[in-house]
Design a protein around this ligand. Structure first.
Ligand SMILES: [Zn+2]
Ligand SMILES: [Zn+2]
Length: 230
């Protein structure tokens, strides 16, 4: 008994605290129980979210999981101290090394809990993004994506077609419907004679009016008959 403190210091200095014999089993069972309680955890998280402002993070289920697993472990190993009533697990362990292990397991479980919650939030966000994309698509059903930047919708006016990317072309009597079929026909016609993906650019000649040019690595550029009246 006299030698115990120096030995412990020796261990602490060179190897860190020795793991108590229950550590790995307890840790593994807690992790398993927490993972299998995903639905329960998310239920509590949603409840906490409704009653508490801001993210109610951390230890929603960890204490309960640890206590349940400790009781199960203690029932099999009577040498372990038992939990009584409302006692916290940390209160029944006296060895500081064991308390450190308990703390370590608890932190790992809290982290696992947060990962489950983050994954859940990401999936919610993903659902929302999918829905928004679908609604955008419906809203935009009569719009035309700019063939040059392929990012923004074209704004089509009677005498003008333009885009946020800088595309700006004068026209006459243009509508979104005419423009869409002009683009679709040009792309379809090209695809019948060429396997390459065409690109669209805007000509910027000084002598001629700006117009939209479709080209690909092997075909000659095709000027779109921009003015539907021609
Ligand atoms: Zn554009
Ligand atoms: Zn081509």
């Amino acid at each position: 008994a006299m030698e115990a403190p120096p030995l412990r210091r020796h261990r602490a200095r060179y190897k860190g605290p020795a793991a108590p014999p229950w550590k790995e089993t307890f840790r593994r069972r807690c992790m398993e129980r927490l993972r299998s309680s995903r639905a329960k955890l998310l239920g509590r998280y949603r409840q906490a979210g409704e009653s508490v402002c801001g993210p109610a993070r951390g230890a929603l289920l960890v204490q309960e999981v640890m206590e349940q697993e400790w009781q199960a472990l203690q029932a099999a190993r009577e040498s372990l101290p038992s939990l009584r009533g409302k006692e916290a697990l940390a209160q029944i362990l006296e060895d500081p090394d064991e308390l450190a292990v308990l703390e370590e397991i608890q932190q790992e479980l809290v982290l696992q809990e947060q990962l489950v919650i983050e994954e859940y939030e990401r999936s919610l966000q993903f659902d929302e993004e999918c829905l928004n994309a679908m609604l955008d698509g419906l809203d935009a059903s009569d719009k035309v994506i700019c063939p040059v930047c392929r990012k923004h919708y074209l704004t089509v006016r009677n005498h003008l077609v333009f885009c946020q990317c800088g595309l700006y072309i004068s026209t006459q009597g243009m509508t979104e419907e005419k423009l869409r079929s002009l683009l679709a026909n040009t792309i379809t016609e090209h695809s019948h004679r060429c396997l390459h993906n065409p690109e669209f650019t805007v000509t910027s000649g000084m002598e001629e009016e700006t117009c939209l040019l479709m080209s690909c690595p092997v075909s000659r550029g095709v000027r779109l008959h921009w003015d539907p009246l021609l």
